[in-house]
Write a protein that binds this ligand. Structure first.
Ligand SMILES: NC(=O)c1ccc[n+]([C@@H]2O[C@H](COP(=O)([O-])OP(=O)(O)OC[C@H]3O[C@@H](n4cnc5c(N)ncnc54)[C@H](O)[C@@H]3O)[C@@H](O)[C@H]2O)c1
Ligand SMILES: [Zn+2]
Ligand SMILES: [Zn+2]
Length: 361
């Protein structure tokens, strides 16, 4: 049986998001069919629309989602119909050299559903990040489903599926922040403030939020920043050093991903400290640093893919912390919208007025 449902699609580069009838197949081996409850609107969805990720139009957008498994194909053992799940875009293979080394968070061969969802005329859709969640029902690899407590608010916990996890994980997993550490986060959009929240959760005592937009700095304070720096008017390297006894922070997270912010992170870090790059640069960007400084300052320069998360380990733990009031995921849900308002949500995102608009299906 094929399911006929409405989904939010971009048919060609920069075309407005339109609601189309989509055909969703029954799950095959290793696949799961998920009834979506909520899905956040992320910058990556906008990048797809603008052709910034690939030219494989049409795209079915949406990927920060909570849903309920409605059917599973053969050989699926991790979820059963009725399970409340948060979807992830890195279903690990268990077999590649990273997985074989016991480091599945770096899996080099993550996978998605094998079958394609299509338009009514049979045109195959590319699902955003292999998910496609602005739709009532979507088809994913079963490994993209992580079971969570059904009592947790779907809109809030679904955000763990992308940007919030990337930021939290950049702090907790990649940065390996410890109690008492000093931390600076450059760029306090959704990912950066999540890194601020992650630093607070890990017990960092000095948490310095840096942005060029003062609205973002206010939100960062609410999520745990002890100090804020407006880097449009203040040199962030000097200011971070001043706030850390003249030395620099133990961990500096670059949640912008530009050569100038990376250099700030590099020099605002204490000797033997850690830089975490979680912002994603564009292909033309290059970085020049004195190699002697790279050597002389020591420590580690790391990149964070999806917060180096392991959904099966991290999602239930973070949902638990949310339910215990230790992680304010509600603060990320600025508004709840309907599926025909995705285009407006992109405009608000562009204006910087929302942290997350969440589509309720
Ligand atoms: N590594 C991953 O797995 C992963 C996952 C999701 C997103 N990302 C990336 O993380 C980055 C941030 O995403 P987001 O959703 O928070 O974006 P966003 O646009 O909401 O936030 C970016 C923030 O950086 C600030 N900013 C811009 N230029 C700055 C500068 N020179 N100095 C200081 N602040 C500056 C902006 O004011 C804004 O607050 C993006 O590059 C995104 O692609 C990475
Ligand atoms: Zn693997
Ligand atoms: Zn995303």
């Amino acid at each position: 049986m094929v399911h006929k449902v409405k989904g939010a699609v971009v048919l060609s580069k920069n075309a407005p998001v339109t609601l189309e009838t989509i055909l969703v197949p029954e799950p095959g081996p290793g696949e799961a069919l998920v009834d979506i409850i909520t899905s956040g609107v992320c910058h990556t969805d906008l990048h797809y629309k603008q052709g910034g990720i690939s030219d494989d139009f049409p795209f079915l957008l949406g990927h920060e989602a909570t849903g309920v498994v409605s059917a599973v194909g053969p050989d699926v053992t991790n979820v059963v119909p009725g399970d409340r799940v948060v979807l992830n875009w890195r279903a690990v293979c268990g077999e590649c050299r990273a997985c074989a080394k016991g480091q599945p968070q770096y899996c080099f061969n993550t996978h998605n559903a094998t079958q394609k969802m299509t338009l009514e005329d049979g045109t195959e859709l590319t699902a955003a990040l292999g998910i496609g969640a602005f739709i009532e029902k979507t088809l994913v690899a079963a490994g993209q489903c992580t079971k969570v407590d059904p009592d947790a608010d779907a809109a809030a916990v679904g955000l763990l599926g992308c940007g919030v996890m990337a930021g939290l994980g950049a702090a907790i997993n990649t940065g390996n922040i410890k109690r008492g550490d000093s931390v600076a986060v450059i760029g306090c959009g959704g990912v950066g403030v999540s890194a601020v929240a992650g630093a607070a959760l890990a017990g960092a005592t000095t948490i310095i939020a840096v942005d060029i937009d003062t609205k973002k700095l206010e939100r960062a304070k609410h999520l745990g920043a002890s100090h804020t720096i407006d880097s449009s008017t203040t040199d962030p390297v000097e200011a971070i050093r001043e706030l850390t006894g003249g030395f620099g922070a133990d961990v500096v997270i670059d949640a912008v991903g530009r050569p100038e912010t990376y250099k700030q992170a590099f020099y605002a870090r204490d000797l033997a400290g850690t830089v975490v790059l979680v912002g994603v640069p564009t292909p033309e960007m290059t970085l020049e640093l004195p190699l002697l400084d790279v050597f002389g300052r020591g420590g580690s320069l790391k990149s964070s893919w999806y917060g180096d998360c392991l959904p099966s380990r991290d999602f239930p733990m973070l949902v638990d912390l949310y339910q215990k009031g230790k992680l304010d995921l509600d603060a990320f849900v600025t508004e709840r919208i309907t599926i025909d308002q995705v285009e407006e949500a992109f405009e608000k995102m562009h204006a910087g007025t929302v942290l997350r608009s969440v589509v309720e299906l």
